[in-house]
Design a protein around this ligand. Structure first.
Ligand code: HEM
Length: 127
């Protein structure tokens, strides 16, 4: 059974993404980075949630295909630090716990997320 199926498919994933994107967009630890604050708040949340839902569905084995920009192209200009990355993971942990995602599935999701870190946190970001 794919991770996508074990998570409950697109309806469950979209619900989790909805909570998570609200959480990161309102997180003062992330909005302390002025580039993140500006970029996050110039786009409609619903569109951002749509793209992240597509991406999570594809990465977990669902039939959807991600149609947004690459992780490097959409984050390189933001100077995201290792500390901001950790705050982002903390938000993810809070959302997954809220929805009672079991430890095994949480572990698989964190492994997928970790795989993108080198495209999002670039070495020169040391604020
Ligand atoms: C695995 C981790 C992450 C994933 C999967 C992810 C996913 C995405 C996606 C799908 C987009 C939209 C791409 C597009 O417009 O085509 C995006 C943009 C963005 N992300 Fe992330 N993101 C991650 C980590 C982060 C972190 C850690 C931060 C902030 C600290 C962040 C802040 C932003 C911002 C501000 C934008 C808008 C950029 C712009 O339009 O200029 N992301 N992200």
């Amino acid at each position: 059974m794919t991770l996508y199926e074990r998570l409950g498919g697109v309806y469950a994933i979209a619900t989790v993404v909805d909570d998570f994107i609200d959480r990161i967009m309102d997180d003062p630890r992330l909005n302390a980075n002025p580039k993140v604050d500006e970029a996050h708040h110039k786009v409609a949340r619903a569109g951002f949630k749509f793209l992240v839902t597509e991406q999570v569905c594809e990465a977990t084995g669902g039939p959807q295909r991600y149609t947004g920009r690459s992780m490097r192209d959409s984050h390189a200009h933001l100077d995201i630090t290792a500390g901001e990355w950790d705050a982002f993971l903390d938000d993810l942990r809070q959302t997954l716990t809220k929805f009672h995602v079991p430890d095994a599935e949480q572990g698989e999701l964190f492994a997928i997320v970790e795989g993108t870190k080198q495209d999002i946190v670039l070495p020169r970001s040391t604020r």
